[in-house]
Design a protein around this ligand. Structure first.
Ligand code: Q46
Ligand code: ZN
Length: 283
């Protein structure tokens, strides 16, 4: 299988129906993230960003792509005190920091008097709370925004789980960026919100990024993610379209644009009717 540049392809992206070589995949990846960041105003060039890194492929990919796009950022690793796992992840983020030449800070949860290993019931819930708390308080004095490596699958599965459990179907966690409602709160951003885990995996491997390729021992069964993977297998592109739809559901509310051609309300520069006219109208 050849890439359209003529080199041997390393991957076939089913939803764009294209085989891509190493270089073309990397270019595709960086430009996709860049477009998403611009389209949804996820990050600004003049702000100082704190990138939360976990030792996994998603946040490693986020760090490299932010570096390539020229953003001003540093990294934070939170050592949750999970036996073996946290130590291994820390080694990977230290290697990453050296490789991409971006400063890394480490905060240990044990300095707050406990670790995730001490939490016997629902460790992931405690872990999420601890991470959010530490990220926010660490970032507050020096950074304007905290960026995390959430993927399209994270967002889609969160939405499905939330909706199915009867909880409110909407949540800030689904947004590409949330800005603070109080001066003690730092903005949160998800630059990889439209990238898939598979794309992050390929990007990490082809760029020789260090990452830990095994799950946290406390990771629960990922039923909703499995469902998302299943649909994606049957309907390539589903996850990205679904997440894009979720985002536009709120985006459309405060952010009205007008078509450059006819002036009607539109989500893009040209409204879909004018795009149709351009395509089909006889001159
Ligand atoms: S680290 Fe923490 Fe995850 Fe481990 S304890 Fe659960 S939430 S599974 S992203
Ligand atoms: Zn190519």
């Amino acid at each position: 299988m050849k890439c359209r540049c003529g080199k041997e392809a390393i991957v076939y992206l089913r939803y764009v129906k294209r085989p891509l070589c190493n270089d073309c995949f990397s270019n595709y990846y960086v430009s996709s993230v860049s477009k998403t960041i611009k389209r949804f105003g996820i990050l600004k060039k003049d702000e100082k960003i704190l990138a939360a890194v976990s030792g996994g492929k998603d946040s490693a990919s986020m760090a490299l792509v932010l570096k390539k796009l020229g953003y001003d950022f540093e990294m934070l690793y939170i050592d949750l005190g999970i036996p073996e796992y946290s130590k291994d992840c820390k080694k990977e983020v230290e290697k990453l920091s050296e490789l991409i030449d971006v400063p890394l800070s480490v905060v240990e949860l044990k300095n707050y008097g406990f670790t995730i290993a001490d939490v016997k019931k629902r460790p992931c819930s405690a872990c999420g709370t601890a991470k959010r708390y530490i990220m926010n308080s660490f970032a507050r004095h020096k950074f304007q925004v905290v960026a995390t490596g959430h993927t399209a699958e994270d967002i889609a599965s969160f939405f499905l789980k939330n909706t199915a459990s009867g909880a409110s179907e909407w949540s800030d966690k689904l947004l590409p960026r949330t800005d603070p409602f109080d001066e003690k709160v730092v903005a949160k951003a998800k630059p990889l919100i439209l990238m898939s885990e598979k794309e992050n995996m390929i990007y990490s491997i082809t760029n020789c990024l260090p990452f830990k390729n095994s799950e946290c021992p406390y990771a629960p069964e990922q039923t909703w993610k499995e469902i998302v993977y299943d649909i994606e297998r049957k309907k390539p592109g589903f996850t990205k379209y679904f997440v894009r739809g979720l985002i536009s559901k709120t985006k459309g509310l405060g952010d009205v644009k007008y078509c450059l051609e006819c002036g009607e309300v539109s989500s893009a520069e040209l409204c879909s009717f004018c795009r149709l006219r351009k395509k089909f109208a006889k001159k």
